[in-house]
Design a protein around this ligand. Structure first.
Ligand SMILES: NC(=O)c1ccc[n+]([C@@H]2O[C@H](COP(=O)([O-])OP(=O)(O)OC[C@H]3O[C@@H](n4cnc5c(N)ncnc54)[C@H](O)[C@@H]3O)[C@@H](O)[C@H]2O)c1
Length: 363
């Protein structure tokens, strides 16, 4: 069934109103492409708090109650804990809703296939949002590289330092399901945050043909085993190689309005380099993008480098897409499966002492 664009504002429901709602909501506020008709969360306090944003929306403890109410929904903004993604999304697609799902899509290929099959069977669109692809410094980085300003790309690296000191408050309830994920071998750094880094790699240089990795563990007791120190390296089908190092510095204070991640992307060309200095947190407080070429350093001082803006723009992109059906979804369900395969290849490689694994062949 071909997608038919809407010729009126989309009737949307938020499913899950936890920590990340605060940023996902930015794409919806003041947006004529959408009418928020319902809010769903079993937590009554959250429902009451978020209702202040949308006084005309109806509130429900479950998506099934919303369906039973008869209120018509076109699209769901799904902000559920990851262990609930697969069953929740299959159910919602079955009700005929289009779905914009927070990453990571799900934990394994079987669940991913169930979700793709459900989208196909219902003729509805499944998008797995990736806000990093809407972060202006990263978009500009891609444009600089594609312009040839740093010559031919010869390699790149990404860096992530996790810290628990600084940033916004994350309620313990938001960590509880992460612990469940850790127990299933889907750690918070490699799999949850890592989804973003692997996505940017796929977006920058295309399909990946081989992954090698060394995933470590740092234990904080009571099942809190964080998946660092870790190194992951890969080669794209185009021949470019990338590497990502993840380290933990639990007591490092990092100024941040959001999570305390110190992140970088640095692409080397044969005549220069281009580096994004920060993203979620305010690590290096130089211009968020710097480009070195032919003996000169250029700093981009006026980019919209507030991480929250990437959520706003990702959300607006989705809601506009529903009005036009044109252009890439960033990401489609199928593209998200490629990101999942990339992560699964990293796990398989690490389990086999770092051998090269083709993400296309993981099962
Ligand atoms: N893009 C990013 O950078 C980013 C950052 C943080 C989180 N996330 C993703 O967003 C999603 C949510 O994360 P979070 O940190 O907001 O989690 P959270 O635990 O803070 O919020 C989840 C919410 O879902 C509610 N919920 C639980 N079961 C429900 C159900 N059956 N129906 C409706 N609501 C239900 C909970 O009560 C809670 O309010 C996850 O997929 C996470 O990986 C993405």
């Amino acid at each position: 069934m071909a997608f038919v664009p809407f010729d009126r504002p989309v009737r949307a429901a938020f499913i899950g109103l936890g920590r990340i709602y605060d940023l996902n909501v930015l794409g919806y506020r003041g947006n004529p492409d959408v009418e928020v008709v319902a809010l769903v969360d079993p937590d009554q306090q959250r429902l009451a708090q978020r209702q202040a944003d949308w006084p005309d929306a109806a509130t429900f403890s479950s998506a099934a109650e919303l369906v039973a109410s008869g209120i018509q929904v076109d699209a769901a903004e799904v902000l559920l804990p990851v262990p609930l993604h697969a069953d929740g999304v299959v159910e919602m697609l079955g009700w005929g809703w289009h779905v914009n799902l927070q990453k990571p899509m799900c934990n394994d290929l079987l669940d991913a296939q169930r979700m793709l099959d459900a989208a196909k069977a219902s003729g509805r669109v499944l998008r797995v949002m990736e806000n990093y692809l809407f972060y202006e410094p990263l978009r500009r980085l891609k444009a600089v590289v594609e312009s040839g300003e740093i010559g031919e790309v010869v390699g790149y690296h990404m860096k992530m330092v996790g810290s628990g000191n600084g940033g916004w408050h994350v309620p313990w309830s938001s960590f509880e399901w992460q612990l469940e994920q850790i127990g299933r071998g889907r750690g918070i750094l490699v799999f949850d945050d890592g989804w973003h880094k692997l996505s940017t790699a796929r977006w920058l240089f295309g399909p990946i043909k081989q992954v090698r990795s060394w995933i470590g563990t740092t234990s904080f007791g009571s099942g809190i085993d964080l998946d660092a120190p870790t190194m992951i390296a890969w080669e794209h089908a185009c021949g470019v190689r990338g590497v990502w190092d993840i380290t933990l510095a639990p007591d490092l204070y990092l100024r941040s309005d959001y999570y305390t991640n110190d992140e970088r992307w640095e692409i080397t060309g044969n005549t220069g380099f281009a580096r994004v200095n920060r993203c979620t947190g305010r690590g290096i407080q130089q211009p968020s993008l710097e480009v070195y070429s032919d003996g000169e350093m250029r700093g981009y001082h006026a980019l919209d480098d507030d991480w929250a803006s990437s959520f706003r723009d990702s959300g607006r992109h989705w809601l506009r897409w529903l009005q036009t059906g044109e252009g890439p979804l960033l990401w489609s369900g199928e593209e998200a499966v490629e990101v999942l395969r990339f992560a699964l290849a990293a796990y398989a490689s690490s389990a086999a002492d770092g051998i090269g694994v083709n993400p296309g062949q993981v099962v």
